[in-house]
Design a protein around this ligand. Structure first.
Ligand SMILES: [Zn+2]
Length: 257
């Protein structure tokens, strides 16, 4: 077993060591961000060309107060919905789903709203920012399918009312200025505390509170493995850092198991 100071260049090439860690760990947890889904063709909304570089996001309090803000919200979400609808899980999602069904992975905590982990077969998925695959009524707590309601918006150029109470419908995602779901956050922290091997995948690890989960896992004794295209502020505390394609890297680790 490796200890002390790691040589990053050694670890970058030594994916079989990470495979050994997966095999010997008691509790493996994965945390994922936008990077795992860009390999499915979903743009990172915050990157150049992403929707937030072209439109101003609608904050939650504006959404609650103003019909015009709700219209603008639905307009932006309908554009984004087209990209989600066409996206399919990639090799990275598949490896994590396979590990879960083989009993190697406890679950996935994700910043993503695209539902691709579930589509790949993952069952234990904790969505910090909610899901774009459902519509929620903020007045009666009803939940509805996305497609018919987005179609209603596009065809009528009008925000659809809740089919049950005529209240305000919103995608079941967490908006800017909206509280993260407490239950999901608590479960995520519990998993980070319990993990002895924690993968941080495709996240720049700068958005709080999500970014604190890998740090929490590390501080309570887990090995931290970071797989991300670009360097992150937590690379220095990781046991292994891989700046490469996520699908390719996870596939290579999986085949070394
Ligand atoms: Zn309702």
């Amino acid at each position: 077993m490796l200890g002390g100071t790691y040589s990053r260049s050694l670890l970058v090439t030594d994916l079989s060591t990470i495979a050994d860690w997966v095999t010997s760990a008691d509790c493996v947890v994965a945390f994922t961000g936008a990077g795992i889904s860009t390999e499915s063709g979903i743009p990172d909304f915050r990157s150049p060309g992403g929707i937030w570089s072209q439109s101003t996001p609608v904050y939650y309090d504006q959404f609650l107060r103003s019909a015009a803000a709700r219209y603008e919200y639905w307009r932006q979400k309908s554009v984004a919905h087209r990209e989600f609808a066409a996206a399919k899980p990639n090799a990275g999602h598949q490896v994590l789903a396979d590990w879960e069904s083989a009993g190697r992975l406890e679950g996935v905590i994700t910043q993503n709203i695209d539902g691709l982990h579930q589509e790949a077969g993952s069952r234990q998925v904790w969505e910090l920012h909610g899901t774009a695959r459902a519509i929620a009524c903020i007045d009666c707590d009803g939940r509805f399918e996305v497609d018919p309601l987005v179609e209603h918006f596009v065809e009528n150029d009008q925000v659809p009312p809740c089919p049950e109470c005529e209240g305000r419908l919103k995608h079941a995602t967490i908006s800017f200025g909206q509280q993260l779901p407490t239950e999901v956050l608590e479960k995520s922290q519990e998993l980070a505390l319990r993990a002895d091997l924690f993968f941080a995948i495709g996240s720049s690890l700068v958005v709080e509170p999500a970014a604190s989960l890998p740090r929490l896992a590390h501080e309570t004794g887990a090995k931290l493995v970071i797989i991300n295209r670009d360097p992150t502020p937590q690379d220095g505390i990781a046991a292994a850092v891989i700046h490469d394609s996520i699908g390719k890297t996870l596939t290579a680790i999986a085949s070394a198991l």
